[in-house]
Write a protein that binds this ligand. Structure first.
Ligand SMILES: Cc1cc2nc3c(=O)[nH]c(=O)nc-3n(C[C@H](O)[C@H](O)[C@H](O)COP(=O)(O)O)c2cc1C
Length: 392
């Protein structure tokens, strides 16, 4: 029977499934529900010191559905971080840690570009007993106008400085949540890890415009006739998240990316941060989805939009599906297959070379089979059989 336990950055989770920051972790009630249902951990909705500056609008979601089954596969939001007061959050973190001492509770925090503010939010939040921090450097809408969220995550110098401030005072593990709205996600990740973060989380939502209403000619979601680009999530983003997690894992843990395959099967590129962790996020709804992220190097897998579609109980079938995958392949622990598939990424030139070699090998095999006893020559294969006996 597969063991789903995850040991990451000194924490132990009963399974790799973690609630991603957002509506499913928006207050103590729903976070408690997640622990009751068996989630391995919860990243709470992002908080800041002064919630009065956070003003949400409605509607703030827009969704894409398949035309026949009407299944939701794309979700855009223009929701901000939590608008609930910081002190209320601190009380709720304390209550949650009292009630669920073994539950892995991760506080997602965000502040302006100001050392005192970051030091204050870290010190006051960790005093509640939360298990880890996730630094939100990735919210793509609203907050960047205040130089927060993705505005920080897109600037490696600021990111490095802020992670340095946080790690000077943090006594618990720190994950930096990366924005996908960059050309090379490894660059900000490298900056955060070099500044002492224990891990990275990826991805946050992808900057998007969901569509334009062809009756009103207004883009969606429409607020008093206007909109802003928002963040795209759900099933549709999973391939992009998988690619970015692969790139992060290759940079951190090693892989072949950009290099020829080594004859002995070793990976070509050594990792820069082999002992740091990845929490993968983006379009996960099943245990099979999660298995793919783990195969590409993730220790934990977060789910946000999936919970908004299916509810907290989805963790049980996800655990069953992941166990079934592990049993099928004989993997007893998560660690046994984490990062296994990274070695299969290479360059396009290598794909061409491999394919040429495979074709040549198949041709040689065909020729070998054509060489038969004289008595077995047939009129049908006569030309091929003659050819097989000639050189060049
Ligand atoms: C409605 C909504 C609100 C979100 N709020 C936050 C947030 O406060 N902080 C954060 O770090 N990420 C936030 N996210 C991003 C998610 O945590 C996650 O990174 C992203 O949605 C991709 O994962 P998913 O496809 O499982 O939703 C939010 C996502 C949605 C859909």
């Amino acid at each position: 029977m597969a063991d789903l336990t995850v040991h990451v950055d000194g924490m132990t989770l009963p399974n790799p499934f973690v609630i991603g920051s957002g509506p499913p972790g928006t207050n103590a009630n729903v976070i408690g529900k997640a622990f009751d249902e068996g989630w391995g951990g919860v990243v709470a909705k992002t908080i800041s010191l002064d919630a009065s500056k956070v003003i949400n609008v409605a509607p703030r979601y827009a969704r894409l559905r398949t035309s026949e089954s009407r299944e939701i596969y794309g979700w855009q939001n223009i929701e901000l971080i939590s608008d609930r007061p910081f002190d209320v959050w601190l009380d709720e973190f304390r209550q949650l840690k009292d009630k669920y001492p073994d539950g892995c509770l991760i506080a997602s925090i965000m502040e302006e570009y100001n050392k005192d503010a970051w030091v204050e939010i870290v010190e006051r939040t960790q005093a509640t007993g939360v298990d880890a921090f996730e630094l939100n450097f990735s919210c793509p809408h609203g907050l960047p106008e205040r130089k927060m969220g993705a505005a920080m995550g897109q600037d490696c110098d600021i990111l490095s400085e802020v992670c340095g401030w946080v790690n000077e005072v943090a006594t618990i593990p720190v994950w930096a949540k990366m924005t996908p709205n960059v050309t090379h996600i490894e660059d900000p990740a490298r900056a955060a890890l070099a500044a002492g973060c224990e891990g990275v989380s990826a991805i946050n939502t992808i900057l998007s415009t969901m569509g334009v209403d062809l009756e009103t000619l207004r883009p969606e979601p429409t607020v008093e006739g206007y909109t802003v680009p928002g963040g795209y999530s759900c099933t549709a983003v999973r391939p992009i998240a998988l690619r970015m997690v692969m790139e992060l894992a290759t940079m951190m843990h090693g892989g072949n990316s950009g290099q020829p395959i080594q004859p002995d099967g070793r990976v070509a590129v050594r990792g820069e941060f082999p002992d740091r962790s990845i929490s993968a996020i983006g379009g996960v709804e099943t245990g099979e989805d999660a298995a793919q992220f783990i195969l590409l190097g993730a220790s934990t897998v977060q789910v946000c939009t999936g919970v908004m579609k299916h509810g907290y109980a989805m963790v049980k079938p996800m655990c069953d599906q992941l166990s079934a995958f592990m049993d099928k392949h004989g993997f007893k622990t998560i660690e046994e297959f984490r990062g296994h598939s990274l070695r299969y990424f290479t360059t396009h030139a290598e794909l061409v070379r491999l394919q040429r070699e495979a074709k040549e090998a198949a041709q040689a095999e065909r020729r070998r089979k054509m060489v038969v006893e004289d008595a077995q020559w047939s009129g049908d294969d006569f030309v091929d059989q003659s050819d097989a006996l000639s050189r060049g």
